[in-house]
Design a protein around this ligand. Structure first.
Ligand SMILES: NC(=O)c1ccc[n+]([C@@H]2O[C@H](COP(=O)([O-])OP(=O)(O)OC[C@H]3O[C@@H](n4cnc5c(N)ncnc54)[C@H](O)[C@@H]3O)[C@@H](O)[C@H]2O)c1
Length: 430
């Protein structure tokens, strides 16, 4: 058994995880399952309370149960005190959000955590950065903050970049079994430590990158690949996939979440600074950002065909989450859909099976998880999120809408045979 594994399972080395959200929680859970002692750090007292009550991460299998068991047997402690957690731990894993604010990168959470860690950093400690970040961030920004501890990076402590590559809803499985862990280090010492550390929880082993910057870029390129391919599908229609050389994604109402719409912007911003232009990436962003507006415009055309004026229309938007089966609404295209309908004078009601309250909705828009109350009297049903419950909908589900039943299927998710003699307009098909 390697020294590092025995240090971790004997609890000689303690792991702290900063940020217990969609990414940090499954990382903490994976280490707990591997036998580690973990300190979970989060500034959200609400989240810490939910973890204590066993009600956190409801859409992510196993996490809550693993946390409850570990809190009971003492292998997990949770705190909002990042400074103390750094003192008390040896391997510090950072999974706080790096978001975009008005197309500018917001590193504030990452910088705050790096500062807290620097106060408690000790010789032979390791700091592992997981969020998706612009290339150069770990070396040029995080390294100097950590060196304020007077310790020297790669000599006294290890600095590692390990991008997390999870899909919400199966995050723990992704970390433990589905993909190799991408690892990179500030120097050779950090890289070697990263390789022996991450292979403990990653069944598929590790994939070592030559530099921190190439690992940071790799993660962003995965997002760009998705964004550009979705844009292509949004520009073209389906049908082409009926031969083996074409793997078009499906068109939809737009791209949301904290990842795909955000990562391309990191590269767009960085390339602009260098006076270069990633034109395909920029154009794809524009296509995907325009999709909710285009879908609303198509829906209004459908209403117009039946002589229903927008100001007399009540729209039932089905799905607020940015994609099916998640409770995450960040950068959801549904917000743009709702705003566009409101701009045209429509009345809007929103249904989501998993979200009961959302502070970001305009006051006039009511959100409910009772489908019947949302669709009652609706002039048009707009499917915005591909939640599984919508696949089973049929004509009877909409018996309370005004007649004729008009539907815009923005995710091409409805079973069309369930809607004979209904006017359904599907995204990408006219
Ligand atoms: N969500 C995904 O599917 C996904 C996938 C791969 C990578 N990522 C990357 O991981 C990052 C985190 O994403 P997420 O979905 O876990 O975000 P999240 O919002 O679900 O979780 C982040 C957590 O960090 C906490 N936090 C914020 N500031 C903090 C601080 N200063 N100290 C301690 N805790 C703090 C928040 O309270 C929150 O609970 C993203 O920015 C992205 O770069 C996300």
């Amino acid at each position: 058994m390697s020294q590092i594994i025995s240090d971790i399972i004997s609890h000689k080395k303690i792991i702290s995880v900063y940020g217990l959200g969609n990414v940090g929680a499954p990382i903490a859970a994976a280490w707990l399952r591997a036998g580690a002692k973990v300190i979970g750090v989060d500034i959200s007292s609400e989240l810490l309370d939910q973890i204590r009550a066993g009600t956190s991460h409801t859409k992510e299998p196993f996490i809550s149960q693993i946390f409850t068991k570990a809190l009971k047997n003492g292998t997990l402690t949770i705190t909002s005190d990042g400074k103390k957690a750094s003192h008390d731990s040896h391997i510090k894993i950072v999974a706080v959000p790096v978001a975009l604010k008005n197309n500018k990168i917001d590193l504030s959470a990452l910088l705050a955590v790096a500062k807290k860690i620097s106060y408690g950093l000790k010789r032979n400690d390791a700091v592992i950065i997981c969020p998706s970040i612009p290339p150069g961030t770990t070396r040029k920004i995080i390294g100097p903050i950590l060196e304020k501890s007077k310790l020297c990076v790669d000599k006294d402590f290890y600095l590692i970049y390990n991008p997390e590559r999870i899909y919400e809803g199966r995050a723990l499985q992704d970390i433990e079994s589905n993909y190799p862990a991408i690892v990179s280090g500030f120097g050779q010492n950090s890289l070697k430590f990263a390789e022996s550390l991450l292979k403990i929880i990653s069944k598929k082993g590790v994939l070592s990158m030559s530099t921190l910057e190439s690992a940071e870029a790799e993660k962003l390129f995965e997002g760009i690949y998705r964004d550009v391919n979705i844009a292509l599908a949004n520009e073209l229609a389906v049908g082409a996939n009926s031969q083996p050389y074409c793997h078009l994604h499906y068109p939809g109402t737009g791209v949301g979440g904290l990842c795909i719409p955000v990562y391309p912007q990191f590269i767009i911003n960085a390339s602009r600074k260098m006076n270069m232009h990633v034109k395909l990436t920029e154009f794809s962003r524009k296509i995907n950002d325009r999709m909710p507006i285009k879908c609303v415009s198509d829906s209004l055309e459908l209403l117009n065909k039946y002589h229903i004026k927008p100001k007399n229309a009540k729209i039932a938007v089905l799905g607020l989450a940015f994609r099916g089966e998640v409770v995450d609404t960040r950068l959801s295209p549904s917000y743009t859909v709702i705003d566009e309908f409101l701009k045209h004078g429509c009345k809007v009601m929103v249904h989501d099976p998993y979200i009961e309250y959302d502070a970001n909705l305009p006051p006039s828009v009511k959100l409910s998880n009772n489908l019947q109350s949302v669709v009652q009297g609706a002039s048009l049903i707009f499917i915005s999120t591909d939640h599984k419950v919508y696949v089973k909908l049929n004509k009877a589900s909409f018996s309370k809408t005004s007649k004729p039943l008009l539907i815009f299927d923005g995710r091409n998710i409805l079973t069309k045979n369930n809607f004979k003699n209904t006017s359904i307009m599907t995204v990408g098909m006219r």
